[in-house]
Design a binder for this molecule. Structure first.
Ligand code: C5P
Length: 301
């Protein structure tokens, strides 16, 4: 019998608010963050096979590991070990999320692989158990499973769903070079040792703005403590952020640990216009438009 493949689609994320606290004894930073899932996706297809193999196509493939360190492969192995299954399968990842871009592309692949393997194996497990395995794989993996808009605490893995009305429109400026997440956190620690860069504060007002559905109200409240560190490592991003505002975006922010810059726009039409101007200004590798919130990892029928 020919094995039946199963495809799971998982979204990118942007952090509307990313408050980074102090470094913990385990090396992670205590976070208060508001995630939003965006309509930019990776598709992960799992096919039962004789060995665990990985194949990647699409955006930025040369920087994606195809060995067992790939987060999607680790997700399948972690679930197989926990539930006594055979991890052998072919994993095909079609990348639409920028690699090393601060948009949780690797986490999306892990979340998709977890949901896909659990579905293929017919595991009778709830979201709570899947979340537990997800959190062992990476701080953003539980959010990639859940999607929509959520408040994250701990290292980002503890989630509370947040109310969001309507649809927010985004333009994303993808950078030529990626940034390593640990390097950006280290740079923030260094900047904090040298001085006292401002901190994001409470996300309460921002959560109210998201619930109101008004992008004009949300725009001035976007905040990211990692932005100063990302700009310190890639100073050219200042130009990208400026160009987006000049093109008519309501606000621009580095997405997570960067270097993708995310611009909040007043409408879908504005997002396209901002993207066109950014592409013409030569301040980024390429642009995408996206909207949010969207659901987390979902089996494609
Ligand atoms: O959890 P994840 O694998 O995504 O984290 C990647 C790296 O980002 C960690 O090894 C750590 O250096 C940094 N990080 C952090 N604090 C967090 C999340 C990530 O310092 N809350």
């Amino acid at each position: 019998m020919v094995p039946t493949p199963l495809t799971v689609r998982a979204p990118a994320k942007v952090n509307l608010h990313l408050g980074v606290g102090d470094v913990r004894p385990d090396g992670f930073h205590e976070l208060v963050t508001v995630f939003q899932a965006l309509s930019l996706h990776d598709d992960v297809t799992l096919t039962p096979a004789d060995a665990l193999t990985l194949h990647v196509t699409g955006e930025g493939v040369r920087d994606v590991p195809t060995d067992p360190t790939n987060l999607a492969a680790r997700a399948v192995v972690a679930l197989a070990e926990r539930y006594g299954r055979d991890p052998n399968m072919r994993i095909d990842i079609a990348k639409g999320i920028p690699v090393a871009g601060g948009m949780a592309g690797g986490s999306a692949d892990a979340a998709a692989a977890l949901l896909g393997a659990a579905t293929l194996w017919g595991l009778d497990i709830g979201r709570g158990e899947l979340d537990e395995v997800a959190a062992t794989l990476g701080s953003d993996v539980p959010f990639s499973l859940h999607g929509h808009t959520a408040l994250g605490t701990g290292r980002g893995e503890r989630l509370i769903p947040a109310l969001a009305r309507g649809e927010f429109h985004w333009t994303l400026a993808l950078a030529r070079e990626g940034l390593s997440t640990p390097a950006v956190y280290h740079e923030l620690d260094r900047l904090r040792e040298a001085g006292d860069p401002p901190r994001a504060g409470s996300p309460d007002e921002l959560l109210a703005a998201v619930a109101s559905g008004d992008p004009h109200r949300l725009a001035p409240l976007l905040a990211n403590d990692l932005q100063a560190a990302a700009l310190s490592l890639q100073p050219g991003l200042r130009r990208t952020l400026r160009a987006g505002l000049e093109a008519g975006a309501l606000a621009g922010i580095v997405s997570g640990s960067g270097p993708t810059c995310a611009f909040l726009c007043a409408s879908a039409e504005d997002a396209v216009d901002v993207g066109t101007e950014l592409a013409g200004a030569g301040v980024c590798r390429t642009v995408r438009v996206a909207s949010g919130p969207v659901p987390g990892a979902t089996v494609v029928p």
